[in-house]
Design a protein around this ligand. Structure first.
Ligand code: UTP
Length: 291
């Protein structure tokens, strides 16, 4: 069955970007004029996803508004003949069908995914985390993972190589057999290992294809690191129970927008891709004396 549903967990507290995220959802912080979450939804839609469930929380109501109709704004833009802006606001509304579920307490990423169970049902689904942007318009990251699932079944994790000394900040995979170039079976996962204990230099980023048995595993998963219910722990349980899990070294450049430097540098990188914005940004950058 085609993968047509995705879950976007967006109920985290966003503490690394405080005070911006005290009242504004982290996912709505913009890269130039476009909220990060919109890039994520664009990637999902371009990967064939038709139904998106956002997992939100009390302070994230504005996310619903961003993907809803905005009749007053439409009327004002129509009256002004501002067609490009009109198209930009219509786009968010029409990329997919949306539903929103609440995670009442921030009990962890695994728990957030579990909150979407009723919407996903018994289907394989995608998960996209808003902090990770992968730039590859020609072949979106989630689509690459879905192709791996279509070929081999099971769950698929997007992984990328990092310098060995950086591994302890991430979830790291232990690799089994290679099933094709860039795609391996995963034999284990380790969350934030010490540098000398890391089983590889391949870290898990925020794109997954998950089979629906992940929900039963999450229900059985006790709080782990940081007292949170970790998706990694449920995936390990699936691996040990025999579910096939694959690591896919995706093609594309990954940007981490979860902290202030990442947000700012990604904003510059994405503005430089835009013909309408790039000249102004380049002109400013050229004025900087950085040495
Ligand atoms: P992070 O821990 O990286 O993000 O969670 P955060 O909590 O938003 O940010 P910091 O670390 O405090 O700055 C990874 C993803 O999981 C979601 C987050 O929204 C983010 O997309 N998440 C995390 C939830 O939806 N619920 C949770 O309880 C925890």
């Amino acid at each position: 069955m085609a993968v047509r549903k995705a879950v976007i967990p967006a109920a985290g507290l966003g503490t690394r970007v405080l005070p911006a995220t005290k009242a504004v959802p982290k996912e709505l912080l913009p890269l130039a004029d476009t909220p990060t979450i919109q890039y994520i939804v664009e990637e999902a839609a371009a990967s064939g996803i038709e139904q998106i469930t956002f997992v939100t929380s009390r302070t994230k109501r504005a996310l619903e508004d961003h993907f809803d109709a905005a009749p007053e704004l439409r009327a004002a833009l129509e009256a002004k003949g501002a067609d490009a802006r009109l198209a930009a606001i219509d786009r968010a509304e029409t990329l997919a069908s949306y539903s929103f579920v609440r995670q009442r307490r921030p009990l962890g990423l695994g728990h957030a995914v579990l909150c979407a169970q009723a919407n996903v049902g018994d289907e394989t689904f995608g998960v996209l985390l808003g902090d990770d942007l992968v730039d590859n318009d020609a072949d979106p990251c989630l689509k690459q993972l879905i192709r791996v699932h279509e070929r081999y079944g099971g769950c698929v994790l997007a992984v990328m190589r990092v310098p060995h000394n950086d591994v302890s900040r991430y979830g790291v995979v232990s690799l089994g057999e290679q099933v094709e170039p860039g795609v391996h079976r995963v034999t284990d996962l380790v969350e934030k290992p010490a540098v000398d204990e890391a089983p590889s230099d391949l870290i898990v980023i925020g794109r997954y294809v998950l089979t629906p048995n992940i929900f039963a595993a999450l229900e059985q998963t006790p709080p782990g690191a940081g007292g949170e219910i970790q998706l990694t722990d449920a995936l390990r349980a699936l691996i040990h129970a025999g579910t096939r899990v694959f690591a896919c070294e995706f093609r594309g450049r990954r940007y981490d927008t979860g902290d202030p430097v990442g947000l700012l540098t990604t904003s510059i990188a994405f503005a430089l891709k835009r013909p309408d914005l790039a000249p102004g940004v380049i002109a400013y950058l050229k004025t900087l004396r950085l040495d």
